[in-house]
Design a protein around this ligand. Sequence first.
Ligand code: FMN
Length: 421
Amino acid sequence: MASLSFYPIRAKPSGGDFRSFRRQSLARPSRVGFRVFASEGQAEPDLSVTVNGLHMPNPFVIGSGPPGTNYTVMKRAFDEGWGAVIAKTVSLDAAKVINVTPRYARLRAGANGSAKGQIIGWENIELISDRPLETMLKEFKQLKEEYPDRILIASIMEEYDKAAWEELIDRVEQTGIDALEINFSCPHGMPERKMGAAVGQDCALLEEVCGWINAKATVPVWAKMTPNITDITQPARVALSSGCEGVSAINTIMSVMGINLNTLRPEPCVEGYSTPGGYSCKAVHPIALGKVMSIAKMMKAEFGEDYSLSGIGGVETGGDAAEFILLGANTVQVCTGVMMHGYGLVKKLCSELKDFMKMHNFSSIEDFRGASLEYFTTHTDLVQRQKEAIRQRKAIRQGLQSDKDWTGDGFVKESESMVSN
Ligand SMILES: Cc1cc2nc3c(=O)[nH]c(=O)nc-3n(C[C@H](O)[C@H](O)[C@H](O)COP(=O)(O)O)c2cc1C
């Protein structure tokens, strides 16, 4: 069977050249086109993807958070085979980032959240990285020296200050990282400093900050979106039209995990008090699919194929990932799934995604990316479609499938009844 392979026809210029290349084309992000070649007898599906010029062995990316918090764990991720790693979000002054304990609360399936039930929901009130920026930068540099062919993406966040963003981008890029993901979506802790979701929820602010970032950055930029907004397509549109190469969605959903019915105090409980946190894990997967579907439709209608989309939320199986890809995602990020199942999860994800692809005879990710998007429509259209389907079924009953009723004399009239009812 002939299979399809995708080769970039305009890859990023080699090495550091991409930075000056990107600077020249700020108004329009750099694009990678694909030419299709036929090759014979490819047995195993090809999981590799090339996104904004970045080649990854598979679409599975470590999402920003505890699984990308230091050199040791990011190295582990590369060794286990993750397609790319997004480090825990960094800012210029880690001393301003003060975490509390406990900062996680979990929701279990089963009667009254029985301790034996499977974890389906995870709330965190964790801030961005509290490790010194210098330390994180040293570790990025070391990782890129040891894994020059693997994709390391820095996640960054700063205050509403152009010079601070420029300094952060400059220092992070000097480590050799391959791309930037901008955390416009952290739901807790940082809004007081006009950071994270405070920017992602305000399109005017977002446009201005994206303008600063894209004027400075020389590597591809992904904007990470918050779901804590009425219409997620609005900030996604602003980010892309302000020069970002891609969007990632979703960050965590604003939540209160629960109230302890003995103490009457909310969870997670810090010195008797709590604060709303970010919800992740399996329970958010359908919400994430909904948000990604909306963004993908908007991107398809307004931006075309060249911009990238990274799906995030509740991924624990290859099937979960396939769903994001079927909606148009180029890559799929996993955060809580890695915290629960470890870095080896990527092997299971790859083999389950391959099984899905074999079942449908897909040989590459591009073979099915976005394939389910066209089946989303409006409710009014569903009503129309159902009306038409019922009409057709009735027509069939009155026509060809009612052979016993046919007299032979009125054959033409009777068969016409199939379409005229
Ligand atoms: C404990 C924890 C810490 C996180 N920290 C960050 C962070 O520093 N930056 C960021 O962009 N997202 C952060 N996230 C959000 C995740 O990257 C991801 O968007 C979200 O958890 C949904 O995906 P998941 O269900 O696979 O975890 C964090 C998530 C968790 C659970």
